[in-house]
Design a protein around this ligand. Structure first.
Ligand code: ADP
Ligand code: MG
Length: 616
């Protein structure tokens, strides 16, 4: 048989490599910014359009490239940064694999303009899908400008895989932060769709953090410094009282490179031991300097994970340095978890009392509102359903064996006569229909046995369907606030709020202004207590950021889910009998009562037969 193995043509090999290096616009941003830094730029401009899907351009004032280098830079494994494998352990540059430009040029339209300082004129190269379409002499300032247009133009599957602009922009901003925070000695300017989102002058590290995350950040930072032979640490941790419900501002830089490390993260979290409420995450911005020989960066194509020779020592040093700082700056005594939450409100007035969120289930919701059912029909309907309780609940157990209509029947019945849902008519006098177990589960008798419901998940389902309806069908009503609420957010969070503004308005939010770092709200949805607004928005922003990959993204759906998650009664909250019953009834008025919005079981049932078996 003839030989069948062939070497892949370069453009195919490049496309395959691009799969690893370039996942989304933010990957291009990272590679181009890093190249500019490696070229010793002092000012770097990042310009993007449509979250980078249409354009990512990076302009630097670095050392530029010669004509030959400009051409070579797009070849795979073409790099000026290492010569031998040993150099891998002496790295002082971000790049070294020599595959970023080759990969990017394989899947986009790329335009390069570059000039070295001692040259009169520069070089321009246009390359599309690995094919050079033009090369010219140009007049251009010293440095390099690379535009990457129409990402994945030749791989529609990858292009379709990209998320909404909100999500992609978020990734780009994340990547920008990582680079900008690692290099306060370089000035960065960032434009999105023609408007400037960041303008970061050269500054010290603290000032850079403040410029990136907003002026309010300054008061939150506690310096951390440690200088040992194996490890130098410098940077800041956030004061415990400013810890966030969501992991947001957590940055490790090792030798000026952003890295992710669950292990080192644990070292920090354990240093905060006893200072944080459950579920809160500390912020940190820490630079670690280690001997380049003691780390291996070449274990991951995007170089965000690295291998340390002696992780245990780093862990111990990091933990003790952070602990020491927190102690030194007297963090512990000012902490009091029980204090009045009003004192913590980020808005301008604190006089208003906060009220505990009550269960707010929409009593006016009636899926039959278009159906006109007469009194007579109603009685007949009631009789029929009452004689059928057994089968109704069998239907609930196994989805699919009953039609959706069955649930509606339950709802309708329950709506008019709550108690009869779970008991025979004869026991109506003093029904004991629900019972709360461990402030977490609602146990209810049903004719075939019993039902156990998870109160948090059930309430999430109820609120979720309610919000969805508000967002898509009816306009929700708002409660006007007596005083406008001013909330501070970081710039990138403001970007997300801007994108969600319209949807949020459908839920009942009224924004009077959305500025650089502040938003002003004059109305909130009726179901949202004023004191919770900032937490809810923070949660929403984090949900948008962490939107599960591969899931179908819809802002409306995400918003409804996020609001439901934030507002649903928590486990551990005692509920009055009437609230318990209302919860049970409202759940069965839902279109999909069986699962929470995140697809978790909301209730289980156990029949008397099953119970009997347990007592054999
Ligand atoms: P790597 O960064 O791993 O070397 P790249 O594909 O990113 O690989 O870049 C290839 C080469 O092109 C670099 O080694 C560098 O010499 C040159 N280069 C890329 N971008 C720039 C830039 N902005 N300024 C100067 N030279 C650059
Ligand atoms: Mg590079």
């Amino acid at each position: 048989m003839a030989d069948i193995i062939q070497l892949l043509p370069d453009h195919v090999a490049n496309q395959i490599a691009a799969g690893e290096v370039v996942q989304r616009p933010s990957s291009v941003v990272k590679e181009l910014l890093e190249n500019a830094i490696d070229a010793d730029a002092t000012i770097i401009k990042l310009i993007i359009k449509d979250a980078g899907k249409t354009l990512v351009q990076v302009i630097d004032d670095g050392k530029g490239m010669s004509v030959t280098d400009a051409r070579l830079s797009f070849e795979r494994h073409a790099t000026s940064k290492i010569r031998t494998a040993d150099d891998l352990f002496q790295l002082h540059t971000k790049g070294f694999r020599g595959e970023a430009l080759a990969s990017i040029a394989a899947i986009a339209h790329v335009e390069l303009k570059t000039k070295q300082s001692h040259d009169e004129v520069g070089t321009s190269i246009i390359i599309e899908g690995s094919h050079i379409t033009s090369q010219d002499v140009v007049v251009t300032p010293k440095g390099t400008s690379i535009s990457v247009k129409n990402l994945f133009f030749n791989i529609p599957a990858r292009r379709n895989f990209l998320k909404s602009n909100v999500v992609e922009l978020r990734h780009v901003i994340d990547e920008f932060h990582r680079v900008a925070l690692a290099h306060p000695n370089i000035s960065f300017i960032f434009y999105n769709n023609g408007s400037e989102i960041f303008n970061l002058p050269v500054s010290n590290y603290r000032q850079r953090i403040v410029n990136v995350f907003g002026s309010k950040t300054n008061e939150k930072l506690v310096p951390v410094i440690e200088d040992t032979e194996v490890l130098k640490i410098s940077g800041f941790v956030g004061k415990p009282e400013f810890a966030k419900k969501t992991r947001g501002e957590q940055y490790f830089f090792v030798n000026d490179r952003f890295i992710k490390s669950a292990y080192l993260n644990h070292a920090i979290v354990s240093a905060f031991d006893g200072l944080l409420k459950n579920g809160m995450h500390p912020s940190y911005f820490l630079n670690l300097t280690v001997n380049p020989q003691s780390i291996d960066i070449n274990i991951h194509p995007t170089k965000t994970e690295i291998k340390f020779d002696d992780e245990h020592t780093l862990y111990a040093l990091l933990r003790s340095a952070v602990k020491h700082s927190l102690g030194q700056f007297n963090i512990a005594p000012v902490l009091d978890f029980e204090r009045d939450p009003n004192l913590d409100t980020p808005y301008d007035y604190n006089q208003k009392t906060s009220h505990t969120p009550a269960i707010e289930v929409d009593r006016s919701y009636n899926p039959f509102k278009d159906d006109h059912i007469s009194g007579k029909q109603l009685t007949a309907f009631k009789k029929q359903t009452l004689s059928n309780w057994d089968s109704l609940y069998v239907g609930l157990e196994s989805r699919g064996t009953k039609t959706e209509h069955d649930f509606s029947e339950v709802h309708f019945e329950s709506y008019n006569n709550t108690e009869s849902l779970f008991e025979d008519d004869k026991s109506l006098d003093s029904p004991q229909t629900t019972y709360q177990l461990h402030n977490k589960y609602i146990v209810s008798t049903i004719k075939s046995g019993m039902l156990i419901m998870d109160q948090h998940r059930a309430h999430q389902r109820i609120l979720y369907e309610d919000f969805l309806e508000n967002l898509t069908v009816r306009g929700a009503s708002s409660q006007q606030l007596l005083f406008p609420l001013q909330l501070h957010f970081s710039k990138q969070d403001i970007e997300i709020i801007k994108q969600l503004k319209e949807d949020l308005e459908h839920t009942g939010f009224i924004f009077s202004s959305v500025n650089n770092e502040t938003i002003e709200i004059t109305g909130v949805p009726i179901s949202i207590p004023e004191s919770e607004v900032s937490i809810i928005l923070e949660q929403l922003i984090s949900d948008v950021e962490n939107e599960v990959p591969d899931s179908h993204f819809s802002v409306t759906d995400l918003l409804a889910k996020s609001l439901a998650k934030s507002l649903a009664i928590k486990n551990g909250q005692p509920l009055k009998k009437s609230e318990q019953e209302h919860l049970v009834n409202s759940l069965f008025a839902c279109k999909e009562p069986n699962v929470s919005p995140t697809n978790r079981t909301t209730f289980v049932t156990m029949s008397v037969d099953e119970l009997d078996k347990k007592f054999i």
